[in-house]
Design a protein around this ligand. Structure first.
Ligand SMILES: NC(=O)c1ccc[n+]([C@@H]2O[C@H](COP(=O)([O-])OP(=O)(O)OC[C@H]3O[C@@H](n4cnc5c(N)ncnc54)[C@H](O)[C@@H]3O)[C@@H](O)[C@H]2O)c1
Length: 292
């Protein structure tokens, strides 16, 4: 989407960190932005920030839990009432869930998958029909993670499972949506200075937590120290460029390149080299048709 001015964006987890960085960049580009977020303290702080910058009229905040489908539909209605048709959907809300794999419980799986994967599914199911119906095109940004592109320790299994699925969803729907004038990007951030470690504060009451994960959260083990962190405003600029140029992958850091290369090399090395020519010809034909 080249022309964003006056258009409307809906950003989940938009009141803190990366979501807020994206919101700032989209407001800079002339968009009206809805910050849809679970936490009132984040919303209050974010709105105060836009107020100080004299840009308060460009944003509207909605308290939303992305795992609540009825609330998501109501938030879409409210967005259309306040700002009009939505063109850009940013499925960004997420929790940095992690804890000892040996102690993981169904509750931990259910919470992590519901927010980090289910939130993206709910965003697509709620907003895609609305974006399609106005026929003016649009763009979807899904926030995954670099963690889903490299080998990670087992303590991140729920997080990586969800984020891998978010990458796969983005790659898989991109071809079909392109034919409808809707672009798709998947954001894979490395370390960014945000509140991602505040997992316990971001667990809606309907979700439980296993004892091992609760202890990990209380001990501060969910806060991973990095020698440097990117600022969310920088990520926002990368996402803005991806929307304007319809880039599929938005990857914030190159430092993990050797790990990505090693993973891809291992996958390629595991593939047989003895091939069926008929199958190769069929697949080449499909590729020429755009991967159908
Ligand atoms: N910060 C990083 O280093 C990093 C790296 C890779 C991926 N990510 C991803 O970036 C996204 C944004 O995270 P962040 O780092 O900006 O963290 P953050 O905690 O600063 O922001 C996330 C926002 O999402 C909101 N949120 C959490 N659960 C929600 C729910 N159920 N419904 C609605 N809103 C909810 C939180 O209130 C918060 O405002 C997440 O998907 C995260 O997994 C972050």
């Amino acid at each position: 989407m080249k022309n964003l001015s006056g258009r409307v964006a809906f950003i989940t987890g938009g009141a803190s960190g990366i979501g807020l960085g994206i919101a700032g960049a989209l407001v800079d580009a002339g968009m009206k932005v809805v910050l849809a977020d679970l936490r009132q303290d984040h919303i209050d702080e974010a709105l105060a920030g836009f107020e100080r910058q004299g840009r308060r009229q460009s944003v509207h905040a909605i308290r939303l839990d992305v795992t609540d489908r009825a609330a998501m539909a109501a938030a879409a209605d409210e967005t259309e009432r306040v700002f009009g048709k939505v063109h850009v959907l940013v499925n960004n809300a997420g929790v940095g869930i992690q804890g000892p794999f040996r102690g993981i419980t169904y509750e931990d799986w259910d919470f992590g998958l519901a927010v980090n994967l289910g939130g993206v599914v709910n965003g697509l199911q709620t907003f895609l029909p609305r974006i399609r119906s106005h026929g003016e095109g649009g763009h979807i940004v899904n926030t995954a993670s670099l963690a889903a592109l490299v080998p990670m320790p087992a303590q991140f299994v729920v997080y990586v499972a969800a984020k891998s699925a978010v990458i796969a969803i983005s790659e898989t729907i991109r071809g079909e949506l392109a034919q409808e004038g809707i672009g798709v990007s998947v954001l894979c951030p490395g370390p960014v200075r945000t509140n991602i470690h505040e997992v316990a504060k971001n667990r809606p009451g309907k979700f439980g937590v296993g004892e091992a994960f609760r202890q990990a959260e209380q001990s501060g083990a969910t806060q991973v120290p990095f020698p440097s962190m990117m600022e969310p405003s920088e990520v926002g600029k990368l996402v803005l460029r991806a929307i304007q140029n319809d880039e599929l992958y938005v990857i914030t850091h190159g430092e993990w390149r050797p790990m990505v290369e090693a993973r891809l090399a291992a996958i390629l090395a595991a593939m047989p080299t003895k091939l069926d020519p008929a199958l190769v010809a069929m697949l080449q034909g499909r590729q020429a048709e755009g991967g159908k």
